[in-house]
Ligand binder design. Structure first.
Ligand code: FDP
Ligand code: ZN
Length: 279
């Protein structure tokens, strides 16, 4: 796995450079979810594909920006699903974005996940890699230095509610409001990576992206976004559910499938389960 960890570090340094220097205009292409790709989305996808092509232990990759999976090395064991530039719609306003990597063994699927990683491109570049523990690293020059292990508290103070409020179910609105009534603070940038990174580093809270009337299965993608963060939250002592079930127990049918998702510390997840159990 060290070779994969090193390859991700190289991609992070190259993506950081691309964010700093490349044109951010729209391309003429759409990705599999029907979103118009930025030239930068395509560039970052290419960087990751290039770096992973040099790692013999990687069997197959699947990218949020590619329609289909791509086999790289027949003899490899690992299957990596990645979102090259999550939150790329925030690039033009200079908010933080990220890359997400789910590392699976012998095939994609939550049950096969063995490690997970994301990189946040903010004022500084940070990386969280979860295997047995969730560990924070900071880019200093050309090296990632270990900073600390991430552990969530039992209860947090932040509330990050995703999705269009008009399309929320009434009980979901009550759930979100119940945390504000307990003086949780609103924190939502619209970038999954920085929004979840904030909850992880501030000790806990709730990030929710529910099923809505227009998107019953939510927006966030299982293989590239939901499973990788579920693995990290669980490794850090938190929980990750779809409302009722542990996200890591979900199946997937297609690589671009989505799921409603809730991430946080134990206290908030207990409330989510209570509310969703009755609905
Ligand atoms: P984006 O479309 O900008 O890539 O990946 C999906 C995502 O961003 C997440 O990063 C983010 O959490 C979510 O969409 C935000 O969606 P809403 O605008 O519907 O809140
Ligand atoms: Zn994304």
């Amino acid at each position: 796995m060290t070779d994969i960890f090193s390859a991700i570090q190289r991609t992070a340094i190259r993506i950081k450079d691309a964010i700093d220097t490349k044109d951010i205009g729209y391309s003429q292409q759409e990705n599999s979810s029907g979103e118009t790709q930025l030239q930068l989305d395509i560039k970052c996808d290419m960087i990751i594909e290039e770096e992973f092509s040099n790692v013999a232990s990687i069997h197959t990759i699947a990218s949020e920006e590619k329609e289909k999976e791509l086999m790289l090395h027949k003899e490899g064991r690992y299957f990596i699903a990645y979102d090259p530039l999550d939150g790329s719609s925030l690039i033009d306003v200079n908010l933080s974005v990220g890359s997400i990597f789910g590392i699976y063994e012998n095939g994609f699927g939550a049950q096969n996940m063995v490690a997970s990683c994301y990189v946040v491109f903010g004022p500084r570049v940070e990386m969280v890699f979860a295997h047995n523990k969730a560990k924070l690293h900071l880019l200093q020059g050309t090296e990632f230095e270990f900073v600390k292990e991430i552990r969530l508290n039992e209860k947090g103070k932040l509330n990050a509610p995703g999705g269009t409020q008009q399309n929320w179910k009434p009980y979901h609105k009550e759930l979100v409001d119940s945390f504000f009534a307990e003086v949780y603070r609103l924190r939502y940038s619209g970038g999954m990576v920085p929004d979840l990174h904030q909850i992880l580093l501030k000790g806990g809270g709730l990030f929710s992206y529910p099923g809505t009337s227009d998107k019953p299965d939510g927006k966030l993608r299982k293989l590239f976004e939901v499973f990788p963060f579920a693995f990290i939250f669980k490794t850090a002592g938190g929980e990750a559910i779809d409302g009722k079930k542990d996200l890591m127990e979900l199946d997937f049918a297609h690589i671009h499938d989505t799921s409603p998702c809730f991430f946080g510390s134990k206290y908030e997840m207990q409330r989510v389960k209570e509310v969703y159990a009755n609905n």
